[in-house]
Design a protein around this ligand. Sequence first.
Ligand code: ADP
Ligand code: ZN
Length: 604
Amino acid sequence: RKETMTKEEALKTYFGYDAFRGGQEPVIDALLSGRDAMGIMPTGAGKSVCYQIPALLLPGITLVISPLVSLMRDQVTQLVQMGVPAAYLNSTLTFKQYLLALERARAGRYKIIYVAPERLETEGFQSFAQAADISLVAVDEAHCISQWGQDFRPSYMNIPAFVEGLLRRPPVGAFTATATPEVQEDIARLLSLRNPLRITTGFNRENLYFEVRQPSDKRAALLELVRSRPGKCGIVYCSTRKAVEEVCALLRERGVSATRYHAGLEPEERQRNQEDFLYDRALVMVSTNAFGMGIDKSDVRYVIHYNMPKDLESYYQEAGRAGRDGLPSSCILLFSGQDVRTGEFLITHGEPREELDAKTAELLRERDLQRLRRMTAYCRTQRCLRQYLLQYFGEFASDYCGACYNCLHNFEEVDVSREAQIIVRCVAELGQHFGVGVVAETLCGADTEKIRKFHMEREPSYGLLKDLTQVQVRERIRFLLDTGTLQLSSGPYPVVLLGKPLSADTPLLMRVAREESSFAKRRPPEELDDRQSELFSRLRVLRASVARRQGVPAYVVFSDKTLRELAVAWPQTIEEFRAVSGVGDVKAARYGKAFLAEIDRFSR
Ligand code: ADP
Ligand code: ZN
């Protein structure tokens, strides 16, 4: 039935999603019609769907060229979970495994084959590719072809010759998450794309909060950040192996379940630690930038950089590993002047790259230094951090996002005289008997147990400040406490008392964030109630045991987002289960029964 399936049906059947995200549809349409396409989309935007759906709908095989070994494995695992026959060909296979995979590929067993760029030239692969019906070539991490990019790989230069050498030139899709305008030009030119459709989706990741701190004691700052996020999954990036060791030891010493990853560890340990993190056996991963390429763990709630990375491309890519499920997450960079000197040293004294001639090497070094300077400027700017990042990638952005440290701490003075009079009147009306909470609830016109108990709704000041949030009213009360207009009684349950009278003719100026707590307001509405979160936890337990039995990470079975939706939707039938975002046909068939049974047990 595949021949007659539409792209929407494929999205629902295999991936379990109802709608395409921005940019996906035009890219898919172009590739299906035989046109080349170039997708510049930030991490987590859903690039893979752009070539996986055409791969499912086109008659032949799709080759995905990717330099990232772990990404290949992760994606192939996910595809197989969804019922798509897929395989990868890279250096992690033994020669025997490689030959076997090629033989199966020749027999038409796979719809999607991931291949490392170095493999394209090999004889075995060439003879396969010449005989195969290749419908599409997707080039992942396409910025690797550019010397302007942060990750130039000479093996990418072989791709255009490989494509042109095929019996019939298939459409080519090029994808990357980080490309400045220069790099985008290089990709189109060096890959010899033919009149490609260009799609650049917003780099903005609304759910990410950005902050740079320059603490005098990084260790203490890090501990505080990690401890204030108990039970949350996070990544801490360090610039050296030594720092990874120290930071990981520090966290463990303080009882944090942390593991580590860097190139100096034995491959077995690296593999084990990575899996501990993916399978939620360790909550915090401390690592060098070697970790994370192609890791699609969707519930990473924070990414902390213990050292400044070498450029903004790396930073945005690494920070972007937070919050891939779209829920609020934080990206915090701990900066020090030493980071700049280390960065410069690594560029000027770094290991020479043998595959480059002297002139190219010198040019790349100069560009590396330029990028380091832009990275440093990010750490020092007082401007909106999001705007800085987006402009770097050539995108327009307003100078105020309301969800980065700089925006939230860019205060302005507001005249609160009228509000102050109302607050003072309320405190007097309530007979100076109540705490800050009840005063704020009364002024906001809240309907809480205490309000009802004391009949606050009958007070004249009830609801007079209902245009403000309770947080804002509390801030104003706190401000009046600071200025002595109000006072707090001592004792375990302090109540608000009247203090100095307000002066009638001088305005009362208070500093507030330019757009107060707009990030808090933007929190998605899916806060679960008690019953729902109980069900959510039980579904997580079930997911863990299902995943263990299959030997895959939990998020590969269902994402947190999907479990959340299940906990809210409370499906009773397989059709209702199927309607939940993230449930495709194969997963519904494979897991539907177990999850419905768990929901049913919970309902009774
Ligand atoms: P990228 O490669 O751009 O970093 P992925 O392709 O890994 O991003 O997609 C990120 C996440 O978003 C994945 O969990 C993917 O399944 C999900 N996703 C992709 N497209 C959609 C869609 N149309 N609706 C809902 N989720 C999607
Ligand atoms: Zn901002």
